[in-house]
Design a protein around this ligand. Sequence first.
Ligand code: ATP
Ligand code: MG
Ligand code: MG
Ligand code: MG
Length: 480
Amino acid sequence: KYQTHIELRKSFYGFFKSKGHEILKSASLTPPENDGSLLFTNAGMNQFKPLILSSKETKRVANIQKCIRAGGKHNDLDDVGKDLHHQTFFEMMGNWSFNDAFSKEEACRYAWEYLVEKLGIDADRLYVSYFGGIEKLGLPEDKECQEIWKKIGVRTDRILPFIAENFWEMGAAGPCGPCTEIHYDRIGHRDASRLVNVDDSVVEVWNIVFMSNVRDSSGKIHRLGRNHIDTGMGFERLLSIVQNKNSNFDTDMFTPLLEKISFLTEKQVKYNGKLNSREDVAFRLVADHVRAATVAICDGVVPDGTGAGFIVRKMMRRSFLQGNSKLGIDRFALSDLIPTVVSTMNEVYPELGQSSDHIQRLFREEEIQFWKTVDKAKMRFDDVASENKSHMISGKKAFHLFETYGLPLSVTIEMARDVGKEVDEKEFEKCQFEAQKLSQKASQFKLPITADDFPSHSDKEKYNFVFDNGKYNFPQIKTK
Ligand code: ATP
Ligand code: MG
Ligand code: MG
Ligand code: MG
Protein backbone atom coordinates (compact mmCIF):
# COMPACT_ATOMS: atom_id res chain seq x y z
CA LYS A 1 0.00 0.00 0.00
CA TYR A 2 1.64 3.26 -1.14
CA GLN A 3 1.70 6.11 1.37
CA THR A 4 2.89 9.66 0.89
CA HIS A 5 4.80 11.29 3.71
CA ILE A 6 1.68 13.30 4.54
CA GLU A 7 -0.44 10.14 4.78
CA LEU A 8 2.10 8.45 7.00
CA ARG A 9 2.11 11.41 9.38
CA LYS A 10 -1.69 11.29 9.59
CA SER A 11 -1.76 7.57 10.27
CA PHE A 12 0.68 8.02 13.16
CA TYR A 13 -1.31 10.84 14.73
CA GLY A 14 -4.55 8.92 14.27
CA PHE A 15 -3.18 5.78 15.85
CA PHE A 16 -1.85 7.44 18.97
CA LYS A 17 -4.87 9.66 19.31
CA SER A 18 -6.97 6.49 19.41
CA LYS A 19 -4.72 5.35 22.30
CA GLY A 20 -5.53 8.47 24.30
CA HIS A 21 -2.45 10.57 23.43
CA GLU A 22 -2.47 14.36 23.03
CA ILE A 23 -0.95 15.19 19.62
CA LEU A 24 1.64 17.96 19.99
CA LYS A 25 3.50 20.31 17.67
CA SER A 26 7.19 19.89 16.97
CA ALA A 27 9.33 22.13 19.17
CA SER A 28 12.01 24.37 17.70
CA LEU A 29 15.35 22.95 16.54
CA THR A 30 17.13 25.37 18.85
CA PRO A 31 17.10 24.42 22.52
CA PRO A 32 16.84 27.11 25.22
CA GLU A 33 20.06 29.06 25.73
CA ASN A 34 20.49 27.90 29.29
CA ASP A 35 20.39 24.21 28.40
CA GLY A 36 24.11 23.95 27.76
CA SER A 37 23.90 20.20 27.15
CA LEU A 38 22.66 20.62 23.57
CA LEU A 39 23.48 22.52 20.36
CA PHE A 40 20.34 21.40 18.52
CA THR A 41 17.24 19.47 19.46
CA ASN A 42 18.50 15.91 18.99
CA ALA A 43 15.47 13.85 20.03
CA GLY A 44 11.73 14.15 20.55
CA MET A 45 12.14 14.02 24.31
CA ASN A 46 14.27 17.18 24.64
CA GLN A 47 11.36 19.53 25.17
CA PHE A 48 10.00 17.26 27.89
CA LYS A 49 13.18 17.30 29.95
CA PRO A 50 11.70 19.49 32.70
CA LEU A 51 8.69 17.21 32.88
CA ILE A 52 10.87 14.10 32.98
CA LEU A 53 13.13 15.42 35.71
CA SER A 54 10.75 17.14 38.04
CA SER A 55 7.03 16.70 37.49
CA LYS A 56 4.67 14.11 38.93
CA GLU A 57 2.04 14.79 36.31
CA THR A 58 0.65 11.78 34.45
CA LYS A 59 0.41 12.36 30.72
CA ARG A 60 0.46 10.60 27.36
CA VAL A 61 1.53 12.59 24.30
CA ALA A 62 2.80 12.00 20.75
CA ASN A 63 4.42 14.14 18.08
CA ILE A 64 6.79 14.27 15.11
CA GLN A 65 9.84 16.29 16.12
CA LYS A 66 12.42 18.08 13.96
CA CYS A 67 15.90 16.89 15.01
CA ILE A 68 19.49 17.65 14.05
CA ARG A 69 22.33 15.36 15.07
CA ALA A 70 25.48 17.22 14.22
CA GLY A 71 27.32 17.70 17.49
CA GLY A 72 27.62 16.45 21.06
CA LYS A 73 26.58 12.98 22.17
CA HIS A 74 24.56 12.23 19.02
CA ASN A 75 26.64 13.33 16.06
CA ASP A 76 26.03 11.92 12.59
CA LEU A 77 27.69 14.76 10.70
CA ASP A 78 30.59 12.72 9.40
CA ASP A 79 28.50 9.69 8.42
CA VAL A 80 25.92 11.45 6.34
CA GLY A 81 26.10 10.56 2.68
CA LYS A 82 28.11 7.43 3.31
CA ASP A 83 25.12 5.26 4.19
CA LEU A 84 21.47 5.17 3.17
CA HIS A 85 19.70 5.88 6.45
CA HIS A 86 21.43 8.67 8.38
CA GLN A 87 20.78 12.35 7.90
CA THR A 88 21.85 15.24 10.08
CA PHE A 89 18.31 16.65 9.93
CA PHE A 90 15.58 14.07 10.34
CA GLU A 91 12.16 13.87 11.88
CA MET A 92 11.50 11.68 14.87
CA MET A 93 8.08 10.22 15.51
CA GLY A 94 7.52 9.62 19.19
CA ASN A 95 5.04 8.85 21.89
CA TRP A 96 5.43 9.27 25.62
CA SER A 97 4.14 8.11 28.93
CA PHE A 98 4.97 10.41 31.80
CA ASN A 99 4.77 9.09 35.35
CA ASP A 100 3.30 5.68 34.55
CA ALA A 101 0.58 6.84 32.15
CA PHE A 102 1.09 3.39 30.59
CA SER A 103 3.27 0.38 31.28
CA LYS A 104 6.34 -1.03 29.54
CA GLU A 105 4.19 -3.76 28.10
CA GLU A 106 1.66 -1.32 26.68
CA ALA A 107 4.47 0.72 25.12
CA CYS A 108 5.81 -2.34 23.30
CA ARG A 109 2.31 -3.44 22.27
CA TYR A 110 1.46 -0.01 20.82
CA ALA A 111 4.64 -0.01 18.74
CA TRP A 112 4.11 -3.54 17.47
CA GLU A 113 0.44 -2.92 16.71
CA TYR A 114 1.21 0.27 14.79
CA LEU A 115 3.89 -1.31 12.62
CA VAL A 116 2.33 -4.72 12.02
CA GLU A 117 -1.42 -4.16 12.18
CA LYS A 118 -1.88 -0.55 11.19
CA LEU A 119 0.90 -0.27 8.56
CA GLY A 120 0.93 -3.92 7.55
CA ILE A 121 4.71 -4.36 7.88
CA ASP A 122 5.75 -8.02 7.60
CA ALA A 123 6.40 -9.19 11.19
CA ASP A 124 8.78 -11.79 9.85
CA ARG A 125 11.20 -8.99 8.94
CA LEU A 126 11.25 -7.48 12.43
CA TYR A 127 13.82 -8.08 15.18
CA VAL A 128 13.83 -6.63 18.68
CA SER A 129 16.71 -5.85 21.01
CA TYR A 130 16.67 -5.23 24.75
CA PHE A 131 19.13 -4.08 27.42
CA GLY A 132 21.61 -6.79 28.47
CA GLY A 133 22.67 -5.06 31.70
CA ILE A 134 25.84 -3.45 33.08
CA GLU A 135 26.47 -5.00 36.51
CA LYS A 136 29.32 -2.61 37.28
CA LEU A 137 26.94 0.33 37.21
CA GLY A 138 24.19 -1.50 39.08
CA LEU A 139 22.07 -1.71 35.92
CA PRO A 140 20.53 -5.20 35.61
CA GLU A 141 19.56 -7.09 32.44
CA ASP A 142 16.02 -6.16 31.42
CA LYS A 143 14.47 -9.63 31.62
CA GLU A 144 11.02 -8.11 31.99
CA CYS A 145 11.34 -6.60 28.54
CA GLN A 146 12.50 -9.90 27.05
CA GLU A 147 9.39 -11.57 28.52
CA ILE A 148 7.11 -8.84 27.15
CA TRP A 149 8.27 -9.47 23.58
CA LYS A 150 7.78 -13.21 24.00
CA LYS A 151 4.24 -12.57 25.21
CA ILE A 152 3.58 -10.35 22.19
CA GLY A 153 4.61 -13.27 20.04
CA VAL A 154 8.07 -12.36 18.76
CA ARG A 155 10.18 -15.48 18.10
CA THR A 156 12.64 -16.09 20.95
CA ASP A 157 15.66 -16.15 18.62
CA ARG A 158 14.74 -12.68 17.40
CA ILE A 159 14.80 -11.05 20.84
CA LEU A 160 18.41 -9.98 21.23
CA PRO A 161 20.30 -8.50 24.20
CA PHE A 162 22.66 -5.56 23.58
CA ILE A 163 24.54 -3.40 26.04
CA ALA A 164 25.76 -0.04 24.73
CA GLU A 165 23.13 0.23 21.99
CA ASN A 166 20.32 -0.41 24.46
CA PHE A 167 21.13 2.15 27.11
CA TRP A 168 19.96 5.48 25.74
CA GLU A 169 21.30 8.86 26.85
CA MET A 170 20.24 12.29 25.73
CA GLY A 171 23.66 13.89 26.18
CA ALA A 172 26.88 13.61 28.19
CA ALA A 173 24.61 14.28 31.16
CA GLY A 174 20.84 14.23 31.58
CA PRO A 175 17.94 11.76 31.36
CA CYS A 176 18.82 8.19 30.36
CA GLY A 177 17.68 4.61 30.74
CA PRO A 178 17.55 1.10 29.31
CA CYS A 179 15.74 0.73 26.01
CA THR A 180 14.31 -1.76 23.57
CA GLU A 181 14.56 -1.31 19.81
CA ILE A 182 12.74 -2.62 16.74
CA HIS A 183 14.83 -3.34 13.65
CA TYR A 184 13.69 -4.08 10.10
CA ASP A 185 15.37 -6.42 7.64
CA ARG A 186 15.27 -4.73 4.25
CA ILE A 187 16.01 -8.01 2.47
CA GLY A 188 13.78 -10.57 4.23
CA HIS A 189 13.26 -14.35 3.88
CA ARG A 190 16.32 -15.10 6.00
CA ASP A 191 17.55 -15.15 9.57
CA ALA A 192 19.15 -11.73 10.04
CA SER A 193 19.55 -11.83 13.82
CA ARG A 194 23.36 -11.61 13.59
CA LEU A 195 23.09 -8.50 11.43
CA VAL A 196 21.17 -6.35 13.91
CA ASN A 197 23.25 -3.25 14.85
CA VAL A 198 25.94 -4.54 12.48
CA ASP A 199 24.84 -4.48 8.86
CA ASP A 200 23.19 -1.70 6.85
CA SER A 201 20.62 -4.09 5.39
CA VAL A 202 18.97 -4.31 8.82
CA VAL A 203 17.89 -0.86 9.85
CA GLU A 204 16.98 0.35 13.33
CA VAL A 205 13.50 1.81 13.21
CA TRP A 206 12.08 2.45 16.66
CA ASN A 207 13.65 3.00 20.03
CA ILE A 208 11.53 2.65 23.17
CA VAL A 209 13.36 4.04 26.18
CA PHE A 210 12.39 3.16 29.74
CA MET A 211 13.43 6.50 31.12
CA SER A 212 14.21 5.81 34.74
CA ASN A 213 17.71 7.25 35.26
CA VAL A 214 19.65 10.47 35.08
CA ARG A 215 23.39 10.98 34.63
CA ASP A 216 24.87 13.95 36.50
CA SER A 217 27.69 16.13 35.19
CA SER A 218 30.28 14.10 37.08
CA GLY A 219 29.18 11.01 35.13
CA LYS A 220 27.31 9.22 37.95
CA ILE A 221 24.02 7.51 37.09
CA HIS A 222 21.14 7.92 39.56
CA ARG A 223 17.62 6.58 39.71
CA LEU A 224 15.03 9.16 38.73
CA GLY A 225 12.54 7.84 41.25
CA ARG A 226 9.75 7.86 38.65
CA ASN A 227 9.06 5.95 35.44
CA HIS A 228 8.57 7.46 32.03
CA ILE A 229 8.47 5.94 28.57
CA ASP A 230 10.11 7.84 25.76
CA THR A 231 9.96 6.51 22.23
CA GLY A 232 11.58 7.68 19.02
CA MET A 233 11.19 6.37 15.50
CA GLY A 234 13.01 7.62 12.41
CA PHE A 235 10.31 9.12 10.20
CA GLU A 236 12.25 8.85 6.92
CA ARG A 237 13.28 5.28 7.76
CA LEU A 238 9.69 4.23 8.36
CA LEU A 239 8.64 6.06 5.22
CA SER A 240 11.21 4.14 3.18
CA ILE A 241 9.75 0.89 4.51
CA VAL A 242 6.11 1.70 3.77
CA GLN A 243 7.07 3.07 0.35
CA ASN A 244 9.05 -0.10 -0.27
CA LYS A 245 12.32 1.74 -0.96
CA ASN A 246 15.82 0.77 -0.02
CA SER A 247 16.84 4.08 1.43
CA ASN A 248 15.58 7.22 3.17
CA PHE A 249 16.85 9.14 0.18
CA ASP A 250 14.52 7.31 -2.22
CA THR A 251 11.36 8.50 -0.46
CA ASP A 252 9.18 11.45 -1.43
CA MET A 253 10.94 13.54 1.24
CA PHE A 254 14.08 13.53 -0.90
CA THR A 255 13.38 12.74 -4.55
CA PRO A 256 12.32 16.27 -5.60
CA LEU A 257 15.49 17.67 -4.03
CA LEU A 258 17.79 15.08 -5.59
CA GLU A 259 16.21 15.75 -8.97
CA LYS A 260 16.77 19.46 -8.57
CA ILE A 261 20.43 18.88 -7.61
CA SER A 262 20.80 16.74 -10.71
CA PHE A 263 19.31 19.57 -12.77
CA LEU A 264 21.94 21.97 -11.40
CA THR A 265 24.90 19.77 -12.34
CA GLU A 266 26.83 20.81 -15.37
CA LYS A 267 26.54 17.44 -17.10
CA GLN A 268 23.07 16.51 -15.81
CA VAL A 269 24.52 13.83 -13.51
CA LYS A 270 21.75 11.53 -12.22
CA TYR A 271 21.33 10.24 -8.67
CA ASN A 272 21.49 6.43 -8.79
CA GLY A 273 21.04 5.58 -5.11
CA LYS A 274 24.26 3.55 -4.92
CA LEU A 275 25.98 3.11 -1.58
CA ASN A 276 29.58 3.52 -2.70
CA SER A 277 29.38 5.74 -5.74
CA ARG A 278 31.40 8.94 -5.26
CA GLU A 279 28.70 11.02 -6.94
CA ASP A 280 25.81 9.46 -5.04
CA VAL A 281 27.56 10.09 -1.72
CA ALA A 282 27.92 13.74 -2.73
CA PHE A 283 24.26 13.91 -3.80
CA ARG A 284 23.14 12.66 -0.40
CA LEU A 285 25.49 14.96 1.46
CA VAL A 286 24.42 18.04 -0.48
CA ALA A 287 20.73 17.18 -0.13
CA ASP A 288 21.07 16.55 3.59
CA HIS A 289 23.19 19.57 4.44
CA VAL A 290 21.10 22.02 2.43
CA ARG A 291 17.93 20.68 4.06
CA ALA A 292 19.44 20.83 7.56
CA ALA A 293 20.80 24.35 7.11
CA THR A 294 17.42 25.49 5.76
CA VAL A 295 15.38 24.25 8.70
CA ALA A 296 17.97 25.40 11.23
CA ILE A 297 18.04 28.93 9.81
CA CYS A 298 14.25 28.92 9.77
CA ASP A 299 14.32 28.16 13.50
CA GLY A 300 16.60 31.10 14.16
CA VAL A 301 20.16 29.80 13.81
CA VAL A 302 22.46 32.30 12.11
CA PRO A 303 25.50 30.86 10.34
CA ASP A 304 28.58 32.18 12.16
CA GLY A 305 31.75 31.17 13.97
CA THR A 306 30.54 29.45 17.15
CA GLY A 307 28.06 26.88 18.50
CA ALA A 308 25.08 25.87 16.37
CA GLY A 309 25.81 28.70 13.93
CA PHE A 310 29.23 27.24 13.30
CA ILE A 311 27.79 23.80 12.53
CA VAL A 312 25.27 25.32 10.13
CA ARG A 313 28.00 27.31 8.39
CA LYS A 314 30.11 24.16 8.18
CA MET A 315 27.23 22.22 6.59
CA MET A 316 26.61 24.99 4.08
CA ARG A 317 30.27 25.18 3.14
CA ARG A 318 30.54 21.43 2.79
CA SER A 319 27.56 21.42 0.45
CA PHE A 320 29.01 24.26 -1.67
CA LEU A 321 32.32 22.49 -1.91
CA GLN A 322 31.05 18.98 -2.62
CA GLY A 323 28.42 20.24 -5.01
CA ASN A 324 31.07 22.12 -6.93
CA SER A 325 33.98 19.70 -6.85
CA LYS A 326 32.17 16.34 -7.00
CA LEU A 327 29.06 17.15 -9.02
CA GLY A 328 30.14 20.11 -11.10
CA ILE A 329 27.50 22.51 -9.79
CA ASP A 330 28.16 26.18 -10.46
CA ARG A 331 29.75 28.06 -7.55
CA PHE A 332 26.70 30.23 -6.99
CA ALA A 333 23.85 27.88 -7.82
CA LEU A 334 23.20 25.95 -4.61
CA SER A 335 20.88 28.55 -3.12
CA ASP A 336 18.47 27.62 -5.94
CA LEU A 337 17.72 24.46 -3.94
CA ILE A 338 15.97 26.31 -1.12
CA PRO A 339 12.56 26.61 -2.84
CA THR A 340 12.56 22.84 -3.44
CA VAL A 341 13.35 22.10 0.21
CA VAL A 342 10.60 24.49 1.23
CA SER A 343 7.94 23.18 -1.12
CA THR A 344 8.48 19.58 0.06
CA MET A 345 7.94 20.48 3.71
CA ASN A 346 5.83 23.60 3.60
CA GLU A 347 2.57 21.81 4.28
CA VAL A 348 4.05 20.32 7.44
CA TYR A 349 6.07 23.34 8.56
CA PRO A 350 4.39 26.50 7.20
CA GLU A 351 7.05 28.63 8.92
CA LEU A 352 9.41 27.48 6.15
CA GLY A 353 7.34 29.12 3.45
CA GLN A 354 7.25 32.33 5.46
CA SER A 355 11.04 32.61 5.68
CA SER A 356 11.93 31.03 2.35
CA ASP A 357 13.23 34.27 0.79
CA HIS A 358 15.21 35.17 3.86
CA ILE A 359 16.85 31.74 3.94
CA GLN A 360 17.69 31.86 0.25
CA ARG A 361 19.26 35.30 0.65
CA LEU A 362 21.39 34.08 3.55
CA PHE A 363 22.50 31.10 1.47
CA ARG A 364 23.52 33.39 -1.35
CA GLU A 365 25.55 35.61 0.96
CA GLU A 366 27.28 32.58 2.46
CA GLU A 367 28.06 31.24 -1.00
CA ILE A 368 29.66 34.50 -2.09
CA GLN A 369 31.56 34.84 1.17
CA PHE A 370 32.73 31.24 1.05
CA TRP A 371 34.23 31.32 -2.42
CA LYS A 372 35.89 34.66 -1.66
CA THR A 373 37.43 33.03 1.40
CA VAL A 374 38.56 30.01 -0.55
CA ASP A 375 40.26 32.20 -3.11
CA LYS A 376 41.91 34.27 -0.39
CA ALA A 377 42.98 31.19 1.53
CA LYS A 378 44.42 29.75 -1.67
CA MET A 379 46.75 32.73 -1.85
CA ARG A 380 47.67 32.28 1.79
CA PHE A 381 48.21 28.60 1.06
CA ASP A 382 50.75 29.43 -1.60
CA ASP A 383 52.76 31.33 1.03
CA VAL A 384 52.52 28.38 3.42
CA ALA A 385 53.50 25.90 0.73
CA SER A 386 56.53 27.88 -0.37
CA GLU A 387 57.70 28.61 3.20
CA ASN A 388 59.76 25.45 3.46
CA LYS A 389 61.19 22.87 1.17
CA SER A 390 59.73 19.84 2.98
CA HIS A 391 57.06 17.92 1.08
CA MET A 392 54.90 17.89 4.22
CA ILE A 393 52.63 20.77 5.19
CA SER A 394 52.24 20.79 8.96
CA GLY A 395 48.86 19.99 10.50
CA LYS A 396 49.16 23.13 12.61
CA LYS A 397 49.36 25.32 9.52
CA ALA A 398 46.49 23.48 7.86
CA PHE A 399 44.44 23.93 11.02
CA HIS A 400 45.28 27.62 11.07
CA LEU A 401 43.98 27.94 7.49
CA PHE A 402 40.86 26.13 8.62
CA GLU A 403 40.28 28.19 11.74
CA THR A 404 41.04 31.65 10.42
CA TYR A 405 39.96 31.35 6.80
CA GLY A 406 37.47 28.47 7.10
CA LEU A 407 39.46 26.55 4.50
CA PRO A 408 38.28 22.93 4.80
CA LEU A 409 40.99 20.29 5.22
CA SER A 410 39.88 18.55 2.03
CA VAL A 411 40.59 21.70 0.02
CA THR A 412 44.00 22.12 1.63
CA ILE A 413 44.83 18.50 0.81
CA GLU A 414 43.80 18.97 -2.79
CA MET A 415 45.82 22.14 -3.17
CA ALA A 416 48.81 20.44 -1.56
CA ARG A 417 48.53 17.60 -4.02
CA ASP A 418 48.59 20.07 -6.88
CA VAL A 419 52.02 21.28 -5.79
CA GLY A 420 53.28 17.78 -5.00
CA LYS A 421 52.93 18.04 -1.22
CA GLU A 422 51.07 16.28 1.56
CA VAL A 423 49.27 17.54 4.65
CA ASP A 424 50.00 16.10 8.09
CA GLU A 425 46.39 15.02 8.73
CA LYS A 426 47.17 13.37 12.05
CA GLU A 427 48.48 16.62 13.45
CA PHE A 428 45.49 18.47 12.00
CA GLU A 429 43.14 16.11 13.85
CA LYS A 430 45.10 16.61 17.05
CA CYS A 431 44.71 20.38 16.78
CA GLN A 432 41.01 19.96 16.07
CA PHE A 433 40.56 17.61 19.03
CA GLU A 434 42.26 20.10 21.38
CA ALA A 435 40.02 22.89 20.10
CA GLN A 436 36.92 20.77 20.63
CA LYS A 437 37.96 19.89 24.16
CA LEU A 438 38.19 23.58 24.96
CA SER A 439 34.73 24.33 23.59
CA GLN A 440 33.14 21.36 25.39
CA LYS A 441 34.48 22.57 28.70
CA ALA A 442 32.44 25.70 28.19
CA SER A 443 29.13 23.84 28.19
CA GLN A 444 28.27 22.20 31.48
CA PHE A 445 25.00 20.64 32.46
CA LYS A 446 23.18 21.70 35.62
CA LEU A 447 20.67 19.66 37.62
CA PRO A 448 17.82 19.80 38.29
CA ILE A 449 16.08 21.62 35.50
CA THR A 450 12.50 22.55 36.24
CA ALA A 451 10.07 25.00 34.73
CA ASP A 452 11.33 27.64 37.15
CA ASP A 453 14.83 27.37 35.73
CA PHE A 454 13.57 28.95 32.53
CA PRO A 455 13.04 32.53 33.60
CA SER A 456 12.73 34.27 30.26
CA HIS A 457 9.59 34.12 28.22
CA SER A 458 11.44 33.39 24.99
CA ASP A 459 13.12 30.34 26.48
CA LYS A 460 9.80 28.97 27.59
CA GLU A 461 8.48 29.44 24.11
CA LYS A 462 11.36 27.48 22.71
CA TYR A 463 10.56 24.65 25.06
CA ASN A 464 7.05 24.97 23.76
CA PHE A 465 5.19 24.68 27.04
CA VAL A 466 3.16 26.88 29.33
CA PHE A 467 3.61 26.03 32.99
CA ASP A 468 0.36 26.74 34.75
CA ASN A 469 -0.99 25.65 38.14
CA GLY A 470 1.75 23.06 38.50
CA LYS A 471 0.93 21.57 35.10
CA TYR A 472 2.78 21.49 31.80
CA ASN A 473 0.69 22.44 28.79
CA PHE A 474 2.16 21.92 25.33
CA PRO A 475 0.63 23.29 22.11
CA GLN A 476 -1.42 20.61 20.41
CA ILE A 477 -2.28 20.16 16.78
CA LYS A 478 -5.78 19.41 15.66
CA THR A 479 -6.31 16.04 14.03
CA LYS A 480 -9.47 14.54 12.65
P1 ATP B 1 21.48 4.60 14.73
O1 ATP B 1 22.00 3.47 15.59
O2 ATP B 1 20.89 4.14 13.44
O3 ATP B 1 22.49 5.69 14.56
P2 ATP B 1 20.40 5.71 17.10
O4 ATP B 1 20.40 4.49 17.96
O5 ATP B 1 21.54 6.65 17.23
O6 ATP B 1 20.27 5.26 15.54
P3 ATP B 1 18.17 6.76 18.60
O7 ATP B 1 18.89 7.74 19.45
O8 ATP B 1 17.76 5.48 19.20
O9 ATP B 1 19.03 6.51 17.25
O10 ATP B 1 16.94 7.54 17.92
C1 ATP B 1 15.65 6.97 17.68
C2 ATP B 1 15.40 6.70 16.22
O11 ATP B 1 15.65 7.83 15.39
C3 ATP B 1 16.30 5.61 15.63
O12 ATP B 1 15.80 4.34 15.94
C4 ATP B 1 16.24 5.92 14.14
O13 ATP B 1 15.10 5.33 13.53
C5 ATP B 1 16.08 7.42 14.10
N1 ATP B 1 17.37 8.07 13.79
C6 ATP B 1 18.41 8.24 14.63
N2 ATP B 1 19.41 8.92 14.05
C7 ATP B 1 18.99 9.19 12.79
C8 ATP B 1 19.57 9.88 11.71
N3 ATP B 1 20.76 10.43 11.80
N4 ATP B 1 18.86 9.98 10.55
C9 ATP B 1 17.64 9.44 10.45
N5 ATP B 1 17.03 8.76 11.44
C10 ATP B 1 17.69 8.64 12.61
MG1 MG C 1 23.14 7.03 15.97
MG1 MG D 1 21.36 2.61 17.37
MG1 MG E 1 18.83 3.67 18.99
